[in-house]
Every structure is written in structure tokens, then in C-alpha cells.
Write a new protein. Structure first.
Length: 714
């Protein structure tokens, strides 16, 4: 067939192999989508089977639609009847026909997240389980994880071991009953219930096993337990299963993805053929050498090595900044320089956590460089930031009714809508502010003693903060607000999902860091001045998303994308790898895979950035370079280490009291150790004290000029 001529030998083998189970290990940029579409076209075009006898599972509806269209174009004929869709859409279709086995009618409703939340609250109310004791979002997260692991309410109840688990078990059971009563399923039910039907009804399983003669699954490394079992059940009779994935890009363990599904594929299918797609069509040789060198440090992988016919390309830039502000300004300068001769759309800035975007956004705003946040909110639009800013606005201006209404129940105080409405009516009747009405709550008709006590406590807390407004600077006041409001504890109670809770906590702490930075550079360090700056920033921030702009996103959101120029920020211990992922080898290896994914987004130019210190909750904390930097091939790196003069941010130096000044004389020939470059020998030295610069030859003949303060003499 003509379309096979454009494939490389490995791609062609992956497309045409029909002898049984097939695992395609598709490296980054290796043409995975092309292989999938060509395999589908080959199956239909060669008459191997009819379109309606093929099931192809993707992870997005957009990918499913594009795949179907491409297949039709390749073979120049209709592929109507081809089952292409996400796990959820495929299961929803099966359940329309087979759901009656679980008591569902054909036209059941699929509940979205808002519907699920509303029903969950109703169930908790019926069970008299208050949200302040058992946070509803934590319950939703736990039940969702259970369904992904194929654990139903009965099994969950047997496993419940503490108060929270036992409360969740009660809610889980009634929630499922209410769903059935409403003839509704949530998204997790779609896969859970399909597996339940297939595993419990041999006739239905045989019907679908015979129907689907060939099954293809994309992004297999990201499948969870329920998805894995669904695929296994549907393919167990004919064993014509083709899964495509990259174990080196398995980065969704926190969502329930199980890398063992791809690593142990041959355990379920011992006769499986493995085809490795290792030729990369995206990146330069230098970038691929860096990616290969890093990921080979992982023990839990199948093993493959990317290569390319693309040019060697320029070396990877390694920048070490004083702090996150210096890091952001370095990146901003580089992007502005690129803008003079290229497009902003070429550039992407990647980071491990959403909180890191704040310094980057501030720098881009100041430089009037348009940017777009993908897959997330801009820093000052995030819920937790808006909550704290609302507290701060009320401290500055107690008459701010909008701010007051936002925070009156954050954290929860049991002041319901009815009570608040009565207080607002009281304020309107007397033409006084909402805050004044709150202070006079004992005179508001219809408020019970409990509500009055809660309102009085809220007012008292605010008045304490208002009294400090003129004596504390912005950073000090924000810290007080965070502490006194109990907001960090509130996050912990609302989000038992540790990843979510940590992310939101980091964002709140980053706001304190922003205020600290503001106080360092501003004459007016007051809270009103800080809020004024933030307000102005928010107005400038309304970019046209369709306009030319730099892209900012987390590494997780960048998976599957590519950009000519990539900046990876925050390459420090505690960020990448993240501090929450250092407990086990498996978690650390997922962090390394995350770095690998980030590297392989780059087509032409890659810049790696770290900072020697980073503001954390307002304080400046010393940072260590990420261990992953030391795993990169030194000959492929060009390092730009900090200058001796203080730049952008004030880098904290150790006190010189009780220490001797380094002298250049006598350093030639000395052996040294550098955190990134390892051991080397000084071949030249110049300057005195803090300004001594060393010319050092490291392993492999790599020669670098480095400040003496950044090496350890051996």
C-alpha cells in the first residue's frame, strides 16, 4: 500500500504485525500517532477486518476524532462503524446497551463534576455527616480512587479502618444507591460498571470479544487498574491487542496510572511482540543525548535509546540564577531577544508546580511580553489566592462587601445563606456597611445564638488584623492573615488529596513570597500599596489568548506537545525532584521521567534554569541544584553561572566574619569539586575575595570559568 512507503522499518513493522499481542514502545517524537493511524488504515484497507470490528482507545475525544479522519483520508474510503474514542466514551456506549444488567435504562444520565458534588452533599446531609468533619471534596476524591481501583462500596466498607474511612464507606454506599435511583452514573462509574458487567456476565463478554477482532490502545503507560482490566477482558479471547505507550513518559502515578501495566505486559501476554520506535523526528541530537543520559538512570523501564537524523544542534544552556526573580528576568530577556527575530509562539516555559509561575508572570508583565497559561489559571486568578487577597482587601477596607461575603465562611463558620441574607437586609434598612451590620449582629432579627457567636468571632478576628494594618508591612500582614485565618489548615481539611493540598499551599506561600519581594524593592511597603500593584497587574493581564504569546505550563500539561524553544525552570532539589516525591525509588523515578518529558518537548533550543535561593513563605531559602543536572552529559552543556555583582535579586552571602578571603595566588593546580560538573583541576585564577574566578578543567576536558565561592577545594 502506498502509504506504507513513508514509514521507517520499525514503524512499518508496528503497522503490519498481525500475529498476536503487540507492544509498541514509542519514544518521544517517534511518530506514534502516525503509526496508530496507519495501523488502523492497514487493518481496514487490507481487508483484515471491517471498521466496526475494530476498537481504538485514545485519551482525548479530540485525538479520537482526528484519528478517524486521518484513517479515512489514508485509504480514501469511509470508516463508518469504527469504534474510536476515549475509555469513557467507549464504556458509555457499551452501557447504553448493557446497563440494564445493573438496573439502568438505556437513556441514563452521566453526571458531571457539579452534579456529583450536589448529590454527594445531599447524601452527606441525609446521613447527618457535616462537611466540617468530613470534607466533601476529600470524600469525592477517595470514592473516585476506589472506583479506579475497582473497589466498590461493599469491599470499601470491609477495608475501612478509621473514622474517616468508615464515614466514607457510609457515604459511598448511599451515593451509589442514589445514583441508581436517579438513573445516573458519574464518570468513574462508566468504566467501573462496564468492567463489572463484563467480568460478571460471560455471554456479554463473549459477544464483545467476538465483535472486536482487533483492539488498539494509545498512551498505555497512563492506564489505571480499571482501564487495564477492561482491555484485558475484551482481548482475552482473540488476543489481537496492540498497545502503544512509552514507559519513560509515565508521569501520572498521582492520578492512579500504574506503570506496571506497560512494564509487565508480557506477564499477561507472554507471546507478545515488542517493537521499539526509537527514531526521533522532533529534536536535535544534543537534546536527545541529554534525554537518554538522564532516563537511563531509572531501573524501572523497558529500555530504549532515542536517535535522530536531525542536525546535532547547539548545546543545552544551563543557567544558575541568584533567586526566582533573577531566573525569571534571565528567561524574559532571552525571550525578548528571540522576539526580535522570531515568534513568541516558539517559546514555552515549563515548571514543576503552578506556584512557580508567579515570578515568571510578574517578569513578563513588567516587560510587556504577552503570555498564555495553558491548563491552569493565572496565579492571581486561583481560588486560594483570591481568598487571601479578599481577606487583605477587607483588612484595608472593611466596607468591601464583596470581599467580606467571599471570606465569611472561609474557613467554614456555619454562617449560612439565610443568616447572611438577614444581615444584608439589616444593613440595607439602616444604610450601613455590611461590616457594621456584622458588628451589630446581636440586633439582627432571626439570628440564633450559634450564628451570633460565629459572626462575633469573625468580626473580632478581622478587627485584630485591621489594628495591625499601619504597624506591619505587606509581607508581615499577609503572614498574619494566613496564620490567623487558619487557611493552610483549611486547605488540608478540604483537599485530602495530598498533591492538590500541597499545590494550593505552595500557591498561598508564594503570595507571601511575592509580598516579601515587593517590600524589598518598594519604598512604600504597606499592604494598600501591595494590593494596588496586584490590582494593576491583574488589569494588564487580560491578554488576547489568540494573539502571539509565550506559553507557560506545568510539565504535566506539556506532555504530547513540542516547541522550538523550551525553558525548564526550578531545577532544584525539592522542586524537581519534588520534595513530596522522595520517599520511594518509584516516586523519584517518576520525577526523573517528568524531567525527561520536559527535555523532549524541545525541538531546537533547550535552556535549563535553577536558582541558588528561592523565596518560600516570604523567607529566602538556600537551594541545591537538582540531582538530575549531574546526570546530564557535560559535553552537551553550556553553563552560565552567577556573576560576582548582585543582580536582580540580592543573593544572600555567608558572613565573612571569622572566615578568610580567598586569594587567587596559589590556587593553580588545586583539585576542586563542583555540584554540577564534579571533580576538576584549577588551571588559572584571577581576582580577590568574593571576585576570584577560576578556570577549571573537568572530566572529559570540559573547561569552565566559575566563581571560587561555588566550588569546594579538595
Amino acid at each position: 500500500m502506498d502509504f506504507l512507503a513513508k514509514l521507517n522499518p520499525e514503524q512499518k513493522e508496528a503497522v503490519t504485525y498481525l500475529e498476536g499481542p503487540l507492544l509498541i514502545l514509542a519514544g518521544a517524537g517517534s511518530g506514534k500517532t502516525r503509526v496508530l493511524t496507519h495501523r488502523l488504515a492497514y487493518l481496514v484497507g487490507q481487508g483484515v477486518c471491517a471498521p466496526w470490528a475494530i476498537l481504538a482507545v485514545t485519551f482525548t475525544n479530540k485525538a479520537a476524532g482526528e484519528m478517524k479522519n486521518r484513517v479515512g483520508r489514508l485509504i480514501n474510503r469511509s470508516v463508518d462503524g469504527l469504534w474510536v474514542g476515549t475509555f469513557h466514551s467507549v464504556c458509555a456506549r457499551i452501557l447504553r446497551k448493557e446497563g440494564y444488567l445493573l438496573g439502568y435504562q438505556r437513556d441514563y444520565t452521566i453526571y458531571d463534576e457539579n452534579d456529583k458534588l450536589a448529590l454527594m452533599k445531599k447524601v452527606m446531609s441525609a446521613l447527618a455527616i457535616p462537611e466540617r468533619r468530613v470534607p466533601v471534596k476529600a470524600v469525592i476524591s477517595r470514592i473516585s480512587s476506589s472506583k479506579d481501583s475497582l473497589v466498590g462500596p461493599e469491599e470499601y466498607q470491609k477495608m475501612a479502618y478509621d473514622f474517616f474511612e468508615k464515614e466514607v464507606a457510609k457515604i459511598f454506599s448511599l451515593y451509589q444507591q442514589e445514583l441508581l435511583k436517579n438513573q445516573a452514573m458519574d464518570f468513574d462509574d462508566l468504566i467501573f460498571n462496564t468492567v463489572k458487567i463484563l467480568s460478571g456476565n460471560k455471554k456479554v463478554l463473549d459477544d464483545y470479544g467476538h465483535k472486536f477482532k482487533h483492539i488498539l490502545v494509545d498512551e498505555y503507560q497512563d492506564t489505571n487498574r480499571a482501564q487495564y482490566m477492561l482491555v484485558k477482558l475484551l482481548s482475552q479471547s482473540h488476543r489481537q491487542l496492540c498497545v502503544v505507550g512509552d514507559d519513560d513518559q509515565s508521569i501520572y502515578g498521582f492520578r492512579g496510572a500504574d506503570i506496571r501495566n506497560i512494564l509487565e505486559f508480557e506477564n499477561d501476554f507472554p507471546e507478545a511482540k515488542i517493537v521499539r520506535l526509537e527514531q526521533n523526528y522532533r529534536s536535535t541530537q544534543v537534546i536527545l543525548e541529554c534525554a537518554n543520559q538522564v532516563v537511563k538512570n531509572n531501573a524501572g523501564r523497558k529500555g530504549k535509546e532515542l536517535w535522530t537524523d536531525n542536525p546535532k544542534g547547539e548545546n543545552v544552556s544551563l543557567w544558575c540564577a541568584w533567586d526566582e526573580r533573577d531566573e525569571a528576568e534571565k528567561i524574559c530577556r532571552a525571550i525578548k531577544e528571540h522576539w526580535t527575530k522570531g515568534s513568541l509562539k516558539d517559546c514555552v516555559i515549563l515548571y514543576r508546580t503552578n506556584a512557580q509561575s508567579r515570578a515568571l508572570e510578574d517578569s513578563l508583565r513588567r516587560a510587556a511580553v504577552p503570555y498564555l497559561i495553558v491548563g491552569g489559571l493565572k496565579f492571581y486568578e486561583r481560588k486560594e489566592i483570591k481568598d487571601i487577597l479578599a481577606y487583605l482587601r477587607v483588612v484595608v477596607n472593611p466596607a468591601d462587601a464583596v470581599g467580606l461575603k467571599r471570606i465569611i465562611n472561609i474557613p467554614p463558620r456555619g454562617i449560612g445563606d439565610t443568616s447572611l441574607s438577614r444581615i444584608e437586609s439589616y444593613a440595607a434598612e439602616r444604610d450601613i456597611s455590611l461590616f457594621q451590620a456584622l458588628k451589630e449582629n446581636d440586633q439582627v432579627p432571626g439570628l440564633g445564638p450559634g450564628i451570633k457567636s460565629a459572626v462575633s468571632g469573625f468580626v473580632k478576628d478581622l478587627e485584630k488584623l485591621i489594628a495591625l494594618k499601619d504597624s506591619l508591612n505587606a509581607q508581615e500582614l499577609i503572614t498574619k492573615v494566613i496564620e490567623q485565618s487558619g487557611y493552610i489548615k483549611f486547605i488540608g481539611s478540604q483537599y485530602l488529596d495530598k498533591v492538590e493540598a500541597d499545590s494550593r499551599t505552595e500557591n498561598v506561600q508564594e503570595l507571601a513570597s511575592a509580598a516579601n519581594e515587593f517590600c524589598e524593592r518598594s519604598e512604600d511597603k504597606s499592604l494598600p500599596a501591595f494590593l494596588a500593584e496586584v490590582s494593576l497587574v491583574a488589569d494588564i493581564d487580560r491578554w488576547n489568548d489568540s494573539a502571539e504569546a509565550v506559553t507557560l505550563m506545568t510539565i504535566h500539561n506539556a506532555k504530547g506537545l513540542e516547541f522550538p524553544q523550551v525553558f525548564i525552570t526550578g531545577l532544584e532539589e525539592g522542586l524537581l525532584p519534588h520534595r513530596a516525591s522522595l520517599d520511594t525509588i518509584e516516586e523519584l523515578e517518576e520525577e526523573r521521567r517528568l524531567f525527561y518529558v520536559a527535555i523532549t518537548r524541545a525541538q531546537n533550543k533547550l535552556t535549563l534554569c535553577s536558582a541558588m535561593s528561592r523565596r518560600h513563605f516570604g523567607g529566602l531559602i538556600q537551594s541545591l541544584p537538582s540531582r538530575f543536572i549531574a546526570e546530564l552529559p557535560r559535553e552537551n552543556l553550556d553553563a552560565d553561572l552567577p556573576r560576582s555583582e548582585k543582580q536582580a535579586g540580592d543573593f544572600p552571602r555567608e558572613s565573612q566574619e571569622g572566615t578568610h578571603q580567598i586569594q587567587a595566588k596559589g590556587l593553580k593546580g588545586k583539585r576542586v569539586h563542583h555540584e554540577i560538573w564534579g571533580q576538576g583541576q584549577v588551571v588559572d585564577a584571577e581576582g580577590d575575595g568574593d571576585d576570584v574566578k577560576l578556570s577549571i578543567v573537568f572530566g572529559g576536558g570540559v573547561k569552565k570559568k566559575i566563581m571560587a565561592g561555588f566550588v569546594e577545594f579538595m
